[in-house]
Design a protein around this ligand. Structure first.
Ligand SMILES: Cc1ncc(COP(=O)(O)O)c(C=O)c1O
Length: 389
């Protein structure tokens, strides 16, 4: 394809890392996972990191952990404020744990939650706020953090699309009580499958470690705040304290992650350079609405909304892209409320959901990669110029 949605960012280092794990003959979660967790936490300035087998699993153990805190745990029937546009597995754990969702519209320009609606979204049952920075662009994390603190809410930050983004000199993924990241193919770093949860709270870290592996204590130190150790390895080896899963990563994922993490700064720099060119070519074109940066985006890709006020039609644009061999997708799945799965949810909308629908009906994105895309972006410009003529 001339302009792919996603490309591999691996080099020889990642293949060597896989080779080292194979040579070690030790594949299941071990020292490489711990090493990667320590490196990742340090890189982003968090106290603790818990790696999982995907970003979705990181969201699952993050959500679950809030239900098993000793003080003020979340409970079934509590309410969560969420944006109307995000990936399905931002929401699924919330549904699975019996929360009622209150959907808030997004801003068309940033594609992130419209924080003007937060007060209206609050009810006496609200206990959780979920922030998602869409496609590399920080949402108003400072406002969300303050709102959560002012109202005594937990703040879960799904940062699976925005590794390396910054707001006010602070990394996205570190504003929430827990922040999650994805290492799936096409994300800022890739470990085949993989994800991680960051937190500064030791109790949440230990709960997530137990939830990641069967709900047991095996991976916890004897002085953990989440159980009273009997200091007996025989029982502690198979001791279960929370209803957990098995969402462990392997040593291969962690070994690749260690190599990819070293390249992250360069990857983000190149993505930002591509973004600068994209913005230069598209920002002043009223036919298209492109993402307005809040803070410093790490530019996952290039979302474009065909301005409903223009005479352009998305179908024509997508056909032109297809003909030109340019990959595209709907923006993060579009308005989540428009998916069949919503019938399984307990939810309400806070006011009208207008902008998530516009993104759903008129938007799409093309890829950004940690490689120079000058040729591809210029061609995208030419194709969009002639689409619909
Ligand atoms: C916002 C968001 N959350 C969660 C995920 C899930 O991550 P994974 O694919 O690693 O399960 C994604 C995936 O792209 C995402 O965009």
């Amino acid at each position: 394809m001339f302009y792919e949605l996603a490309l591999s960012s691996w080099g020889k280092e990642e293949l060597d890392a896989i080779g080292e794990v194979i040579a070690s003959d030790f594949f299941t979660m071990g020292t490489r996972v711990s090493e990667f967790e320590a490196a990742f936490a340090k890189r982003f300035g968090a106290r603790y990191a818990v790696m999982a087998n995907s970003g979705s699993s990181a969201n699952l153990i993050a959500t679950a952990a809030l239900f098993f805190k000793r003080q003020r745990p979340l409970q079934r029937g509590d309410e969560a404020i969420v944006p109307a546009l995000s990936w399905a597995t931002t929401y699924h754990p919330l549904q699975q744990y019996g929360l009622k969702l209150r959907f808030v519209d997004i801003e068309l320009e940033t594609l992130n939650i419209d924080v003007k609606m937060l007060e209206r979204a609050m009810t006496p049952k609200t206990r959780l706020l979920v922030g998602v920075s869409i496609l590399g662009n920080p949402c108003a994390l400072d406002v969300l953090r303050k709102f959560a603190d002012d109202h005594g809410l937990y703040f879960l930050e799904d940062n699976c699309e925005s590794m390396g983004a910054e707001l006010g000199g602070r990394y996205t993924g570190t504003f929430g009580d827990i922040g999650t990241f994805s290492f799936f193919f096409s994300h800022h770093i890739s470990t085949i499958e993989g994800g991680i949860a960051l937190t500064d709270d030791e109790e949440l870290c230990h709960l997530m470690k137990a939830l990641r592996a069967h709900g047991w204590t095996r991976d916890l130190p004897p002085n953990s705040p989440v159980f009273d150790s009997r200091f007996d390895d025989f029982f502690e080896a198979y001791r279960f304290i929370v209803p957990g899963y098995n969402v462990r990563p392997t040593e291969i994922n962690a070994a690749i992650g260690l190599r990819q993490l070293r390249k992250l700064d360069d990857f983000v720099d190149i993505r930002r350079r591509n973004l600068a060119l994209f913005n230069r070519l598209f920002a002043d074109d009223e036919r298209f609405i492109v993402q307005r940066e809040n803070g410093k985006s790490s530019s996952f890709c290039f979302p474009i909304i065909v301005n409903p006020a223009s005479r352009l039609n998305r179908e024509h644009v997508l056909n032109a892209l297809k003909k030109a061999d340019i990959g595209y997708r709907i923006i993060t799945g579009g308005n989540f409320l428009r998916h069949d799965v919503i019938r399984h949810y307990d939810y309400e909308c806070v006011g009208e959901i207008v902008n998530a629908d516009i993104a759903h009906d008129h938007g799409f994105f093309t890829g950004n990669h940690p490689f120079d895309l000058e040729e591809q972006i210029h061609k995208l410009r030419r194709v969009l110029d002639t689409a619909g003529n």
